[in-house]
Design a protein around this ligand. Structure first.
Ligand code: NAD
Ligand code: UFG
Length: 352
């Protein structure tokens, strides 16, 4: 029971909090004692994810079903939750779809963020953690990517991330008391160790790890490995895979940095492990973690793919005191637990 002498827990509005990274971050926030309000339109997620967040934590998530382009709904949510900060995950993320429907991406990701920042300004909320991406860097001119690597996004999705970063940098220059963290994620994979929440892509997965998991569980016959003739140790593409729980914990550290006022006014931070893994490394680690075979076929390169990139994570270590803890084996073992307990994602009945 809360007594008069205890300060009220800090309150955070999480846009897109029912999604893959958002749901894992809600678990960490609730476990750290924050009050959490999720605003989501569920266009790429299920409210079931939030029920499971509550099951994992034994705590309540306030839910607002709304679109981030709805300024009135945002102001209501900010005021009723008395939020001191926003973590902004809401947005669309399918690279191919962004090429086919660029206006839809600018509308959701850029205009949606304009509406969010306006609402925050109206309500006097001046701290935001934004989900950016390593995709803002584009073709590597040097590796690992450091935060001062030149920007060259190669598709509309990546451009929307850079546009929002630029807008936040301008806001920070105009409003010096705002505190902003631009978190540039590398390749988030894995699931909560409970097996209750994880990534639940609609239709055929675009990304490697969910595809591998669906092959292992028997939902798909075999993996297409897009290219084996890259200039990498085994010829397949190399990425910096990061466990989603490590990533979620990085958000808590970033929030803490904003609240303490350390780390500058508007700061970009890579969240990766600093290690590159190839497609075949992932296949092998997944086979070991699951005890299942993952049949694959080598195919031509996927258009638009970069050969290899990984993070320099030293800024995160310096400013956040954060470093990824979980190995590729952990990422595969936790993905496998989620996939085997929920073969149809959130449409599966809870079995534990
Ligand atoms: P996700 O699709 O699982 O989660 C996004 C959430 O936002 C979903 O719950 C969706 O319903 C909600 N949403 C989308 N548009 C909305 C709108 N207009 N109004 C309200 N809610 C809306 O994606 P994720 O993997 O959890 O990614 C979260 C964020 O991180 C995104 O901004 C994404 O671009 C960014 N990111 C993801 C990756 C990745 O590989 N997963 C990499 C880099 C950056
Ligand atoms: N791959 C396969 N077969 C598949 C899927 C992927 O071989 O079925 C390979 C890709 O060619 C690449 C690697 O696995 O070498 C990783 O591919 P993903 O699609 O999982 O991830 P990407 O690095 O291509 O893209 C991710 C996010 C994007 C983001 C980008 C940059 O999905 O949203 O990282 O950070 F823009």
């Amino acid at each position: 029971m809360q007594t008069n002498t205890m300060p009220a827990a800090a309150s955070v509005l999480v846009t897109g909090g029912a999604g893959y990274i958002g749901s894992h971050t809600c678990v960490e926030l609730l476990q750290a004692g924050y009050r959490v309000t999720v605003l989501d339109n569920y266009c790429n997620s299920s409210p079931e994810a939030l029920a499971r967040v509550e099951r994992i934590t034994g705590k309540t998530v306030q839910r607002v079903q709304a679109d981030i382009r709805d300024g009135a709904a945002l102001r209501d949510a900010l005021r009723s939750s008395q939020a001191q900060a926003v973590i902004h995950f809401a947005g669309l993320k399918a690279v191919g779809e962004s090429v086919a429907e660029p206006l839809h991406y600018y509308d959701n990701n850029v205009l949606g963020t304009v509406r969010l920042l306006q609402a925050m300004q109206d309500c006097g909320v001046e701290q935001i953690v934004f989900s950016s991406s390593a995709t803002v860097y584009g073709d590597p001119v040097r590796l690992p990517y450091t935060e001062d690597h030149p920007f060259a996004p190669t598709n509309p999705y990546g451009q929307t991330k850079l546009d929002v970063e630029n807008m936040l940098r301008a806001q920070s220059r105009a409003k010096p008391h705002w505190r902003i963290a631009l978190l540039r994620y590398f390749n988030p994979v894995g699931a909560h160790p409970s097996g209750l929440i994880g990534e639940d892509p609609q239709g055929v997965p675009n990304n490697l790890m969910p595809f591998v998991a669906q092959v292992a569980v028997g939902r798909r016959q075999s993996l297409n490995v897009w290219g084996s003739d890259y200039d990498t140790p085994d010829g397949t593409g190399v990425r910096d895979y990061i466990h989603v729980v490590d990533l979620a914990q990085g958000h808590l550290r970033a929030l803490d940095m904003l609240q303490r006022g350390t780390g500058g006014q508007c700061t970009a931070i890579n969240l990766g492990t600093g290690q590159g893994c190839s497609v075949l490394d992932v296949v092998q680690a997944f086979e070991q973690a699951s005890g299942r075979k993952v049949p694959y076929q080598i195919q031509p390169r996927r258009p638009g793919d970069l050969p290899a990139y990984w993070a320099d994570p030293s800024t995160a270590q310096r400013l956040l005191g954060w470093q990824a803890q979980r190995s590729l084996h952990d990422m595969c073992a936790d993905t496998w637990r989620w996939q085997s307990m929920n073969p149809q994602g959130y449409a599966s009945p809870v079995t534990a």
